[in-house]
Write a protein that binds this ligand. Structure first.
Ligand SMILES: O=c1ccn([C@@H]2O[C@H](COP(=O)(O)OP(=O)(O)O[C@H]3OC[C@@H](O)[C@H](O)[C@H]3O)[C@@H](O)[C@H]2O)c(=O)[nH]1
Length: 410
């Protein structure tokens, strides 16, 4: 076609005279048409290419996203691990550990107390998956190990909706044991020192059966965890499911929710904001606090050992709550007062783990000194307060304690 056109053009040119001007116009016109056409095509191409360029930029960003360093594990050593409640305070630290160890981690969370922010640094990593799911509903995935942590753990949170707390710990645990049975996975239950209730044995060892008020305000959690333990051993005996049960004592560290309502978060937040530190009762009740990294090491060690009976994981350094208030006030350098409020109902009066079993069978014991852990947590809370202030949100400590005269059953 092009050849014909140009040969035609030559013959017209050769005509001479008036035909020359006509020819000139024709050439200009065809040039303009050609240029307009090219511009249109270029515009069309640009319209298609521009969004693609944006996509490429996004992809490049995700390729260059910096993840924490992850070990390489061979196919044989790499496990597929499910962490229920993996976006929560303890769960997210456990996620970090197992990801950095090189495993494939699936986090399941319903985000009642967990937060996406706690695990967002893994989003997009090929070994990581985040599923918004409530364990009260069955879950069908293929895994080798299950860390079953899903449940609100702070007293104000678990008392907020006792029925939901019960469902999570009973139906949720049944579902996860069912999954473990189907896929042949090992399940570790995050149980609690609260199974010992307000203990009459001190310190608490794993043989102690506990002293729980089954109709009190804490029962939804305490009894929920007790029956969850019962379920584990029923599945072990009847169905041959491999189970591990960690009885976790008071734990603290970064990523605790500021409005969590537990004593550590309340005292730090109050001290940082110059508000009175609220001590419930006389402050003579005791607790022993472990730093979260110690707990995570204990959980991983228990999961990978052959101890199927319950194991206490906690720091045996015991303090009264009043001592603890003074310590936090000093570490923060706060001028806050200490305020005594009414005692919480069924509040355990003395609690301290006997960790001889963990030491002997797992070779585990806590190593982070209390003050060091507290300083790290205070630093985290300061940063969180700055973050919240930039978002124009001023968090308040959760005052949702249950009073002693609480009308539990009428
Ligand atoms: O502001 C506060 C909050 C709490 N307290 C007291 O501090 C003590 C510790 O209370 P927390 O709410 O931190 O935790 P508790 O020991 O009662 O329960 C915890 O037990 C072990 C875990 O399984 C759970 O994380 C949680 O249930 C209690 O005596 C409580 O009454 C205060 O004096 N002031």
């Amino acid at each position: 076609m092009a050849l014909h056109f140009w040969s035609g053009q030559k013959s017209l040119q050769q005509d001479g005279g008036g035909n020359g001007a006509v020819w000139g116009n024709f050439v200009n016109m065809s040039k303009t048409i050609q240029e307009n056409g090219e511009q249109k095509i270029e515009k069309k191409i640009e319209e298609i290419v521009e969004p693609l360029r944006e996509k490429i930029k996004d992809l490049e960003k995700s390729f260059t996203q910096k993840y924490p360093p992850v070990k390489f594990l061979s196919e044989k050593d790499r496990k597929r691990i499910l962490i229920t409640g993996g976006a929560g305070f303890v769960g997210s630290h456990l996620t970090d550990q197992l990801m950095m160890d090189g495993h494939e981690v699936t986090v399941v969370d319903n985000f009642f107390t967990g937060r996406k922010r706690n695990v967002e640094h893994w989003i997009g990593h090929e070994n990581f998956e985040l599923i918004n799911h409530d364990v009260v509903e069955p879950l069908y995935i293929e895994v080798d190990q299950i860390y079953h942590l899903a449940s609100p753990a702070s007293p104000p949170n678990y008392m907020y909706n006792p029925i939901k707390t019960l469902k999570t710990n009973t139906i949720g645990t049944l579902n996860m044991l069912g999954l473990a049975k189907r896929v042949g996975a090992r399940l570790l239950l995050a149980s609690t020192s609260e199974v010992y209730g307000d203990p009459e044995v001190h310190p608490q060892n794993e043989d102690y059966w506990g002293h729980v008020n089954p109709i009190g305000p804490r029962a939804c959690y305490d009894e929920g965890k007790r029956v969850a333990e019962t379920m584990c051993y029923a599945y072990m005996k009847q169905e041959g499911v491999e189970v591990r049960v960690a009885r976790i004592f008071n734990t603290f560290g970064p990523r605790m929710h500021m409005n969590d309502g537990r004593v550590v978060s309340n005292f730090i937040l109050q001290a940082l904001q110059g508000e009175p530190l609220t001590v419930y009762g006389s402050g003579t009740q005791t607790r022993a606090f472990q730093y979260v990294s110690d707990l995570v090491n204990g959980l991983v060690s228990l999961m990978n050992n052959n101890v199927s009976s319950p194991v206490n994981l906690g720091n045996p350094e015991e303090h009264t709550i009043l001592e603890f208030a003074k310590l936090i006030k000093n570490l923060v350098g706060s001028g806050s007062e200490i305020q005594f409020l009414s005692e919480a109902q069924d509040d355990p009066q003395r609690r301290k783990p006997d960790i001889r079993k963990a030491k002997l069978l797992l070779g585990w014991e806590p190593v982070v000194p209390l003050e060091e852990g507290l300083n790290k947590t205070i630093h985290y809370f300061r940063k969180e307060l700055e973050f919240q202030a930039n978002n124009q949100y001023i968090p308040k400590p959760k005052p949702a304690r249950i009073k002693k005269d609480f009308d539990q059953v009428s």
